[in-house]
Design a protein around this ligand. Structure first.
Ligand code: NAI
Ligand code: MG
Length: 484
């Protein structure tokens, strides 16, 4: 079934427009819903990364460099159409590889098509500036690609994250070497096939699968890579930044967070309630912008808690292909990390509610019950550390000042949700929250192709998505002419 969906030999890697065998052997692909092996991918090596980086550098001197921005945009638009045409296959591939409920994977294929479409349209709208300078001079800026972009993506939203990085990198004329996560590489391989079919010249996009410590590290350290874009853990991000520092190249890091919802006593609770829970439970909590903390003002705390408990009791975990509220986690390793957090919570905290396991959830799957803890002290590890699983903590607060202190009181700063009908307070909070994105009376965990996205502090730096990404994937050249 998987082979029919893929329509490629997934044991190969894509280098210089050709499907070649990875030189390090093979890695098994597991279905997180059952734990069963469903296929194999190539285990790339340093030599494979070298070949891909060479191909990408050569592509910078090929037809690709001579194409107009409009022509690049047309190729991206063809890729968008091909993704759209294969959206259902891509969704099923992602569901089998990542364990994501099928209805959520469908949104990811649509998002990938949207990223391609957005950057297709944006490609020829990125402009330099003319600068008022001294008499007798004309000065202007050009926006130029960095060259070869190394893109290292995680397993939680492969299609969305490769979409936001690769589409913006290609729209601006870079060449790309993409390294997907070992737990979720299949959609990246299909993406390569789609790029080739759409007419992207050989070497402009290369995909090397394999381990982080091998392919990822080799790509991050490569002296002929000119820009790095990484999404994943803080520890690995710090390593990538150190590698980038040695080669003195720019790096964009998106490292997750501990994002809060802040619910004031004047909030429209009917509007807020389903969003409070869903924005953590989507993808079983494995979302960089998961709203894993819910801060609630004292007067409405008991009501919000009661209503959240009701929602939690209805949540069902089961096989990803059946589109329950939650699927399994991506790997036994991730399951262990999250279960350890839950065990810690059971020892120290008040358990408010858990969801239910569907009877069809197969043994061997990496399932974890959605779990809500209440009255959680803001300095407890479950209120401070990224759990990356279906676990939320409820924290009461007294007033606006305390809400801000708690919200800003972690090492992270990615997203925040503010729920209040007081307009002045909406603006005050939006300005004072220390993070990259604030949602008022809504919350888009990962949503919004058009919206610049990224973090502060340990959540990383640099912005992807929206038009803003085009600045990150280019650098400015200033040209000054004297003409008298
Ligand atoms: P990770 O950060 O190690 O993996 C992300 C990507 O980096 C993968 O493609 C991996 O192969 C690659 N990688 C790993 N080591 C590398 C190295 N030395 N050099 C270059 N690339 C390397 O994350 P992991 O271990 O899969 O997950 C652990 C925790 O990280 C999660 O529990 C979660 O808290 C966080 N995480 C955050 C994500 C986000 O969206 N911000 C995504 C995935 C994980
Ligand atoms: Mg997998």
């Amino acid at each position: 079934m998987l082979d029919d969906l893929l329509q490629i030999d997934q044991t190969r890697i894509f280098v210089n427009g050709a499907w070649i065998a990875a030189s390090g052997g093979l890695i098994s692909v597991h279905d997180p819903s059952s734990g069963k092996i469903i296929g194999q991918i190539g285990r790339g090596t340093t030599a494979d990364v070298d070949a891909a980086v060479d191909a990408a550098n050569r592509a910078l001197d090929s037809d690709w460099a001579r194409m107009t921005a409009t022509q690049r945009g047309r190729i991206l638009m063809r890729m968008a159409d091909l993704v759209q045409a294969r959206a259902e296959d891509l969704a099923m591939i992602e569901t089998l590889d990542v364990g994501k409920p099928l209805n959520q994977s469908r949104r990811d294929s649509v998002a990938l098509a949207r990223y391609l479409e957005f950057y297709a349209g944006a490609a020829d709208k990125l402009m330099g500036k003319t600068i008022p300078y001294q008499d007798g001079f004309t000065a202007f800026t050009l926006r130029e690609p960095h060259g070869v972009c190394g893109i290292i993506i995680p397993w939680n939203y492969p299609m969305q994250i490769l979409g936001r990085a690769a589409a913006a990198a290609l729209a601006t004329g870079n060449a790309v070497v993409l390294k997907p996560a070992e737990d979720a590489s299949l959609s990246s391989l299909v993406f390569a096939a789609i790029a080739a079919e759409a007419g992207l010249p050989p070497g402009v996009l290369n995909v090397v699968t394999g381990l982080g410590s091998e392919v990822g590290a080799a790509l991050a350290e490569h002296p002929r890579v000119h820009h790095l874009s990484f999404t994943g853990s803080v520890a690995t991000g710090a390593r990538i930044q150190a590698a980038a520092a040695r080669n003195v190249i720019p790096v964009t890091l998106e490292l997750g967070g501990k994002s809060p919802h802040i619910v004031f006593d004047d909030a429209d609770l009917d509007q807020a309630m389903p969003v409070l829970v869903a924005t953590c439970m989507q993808n079983a909590g494995q979302t960089c912008s998961a709203a894993s903390r819910v801060l609630v003002q004292k007067d409405v705390y008991d009501t919000v808690k009661r209503r959240m408990v009701e929602i939690y009791r209805q949540l069902v975990v089961g096989r990803a292909t059946d589109s329950h509220d939650l699927g399994p986690l991506v790997s036994p390793r991730q399951q262990r990390i999250v279960l350890d957090f839950i065990e810690r919570g059971m020892r120290d905290l008040t358990l408010a509610a858990q969801g239910r396991m569907h009877p069809d959830a197969a043994p061997g799957g990496n399932y974890v019950l959605p779990t809500l803890f209440s009255e959680v002290p803001p300095d407890h590890p479950l209120a401070q550390q990224e759990i990356f699983g279906p676990v939320q903590v409820l924290i009461p607060f007294e007033d606006e000042a305390e809400a801000l202190r708690i919200a800003n009181g972690t090492d992270y700063g990615l997203v925040a949700g503010v729920w209040t009908t007081d307009g002045a307070r909406q603006l005050r909070m939006a300005r004072k929250l220390r993070c990259g994105q604030v949602f008022v009376n809504n919350y888009g965990a990962g949503g919004g192709i058009e919206l610049p996205f990224g973090g502060v502090a340990r959540s990383g730096h640099g912005r992807e998505k929206g038009f803003e990404a085009l600045y990150g994937f280019t650098q400015v050249k200033t040209v000054t002419l004297f003409h008298g």
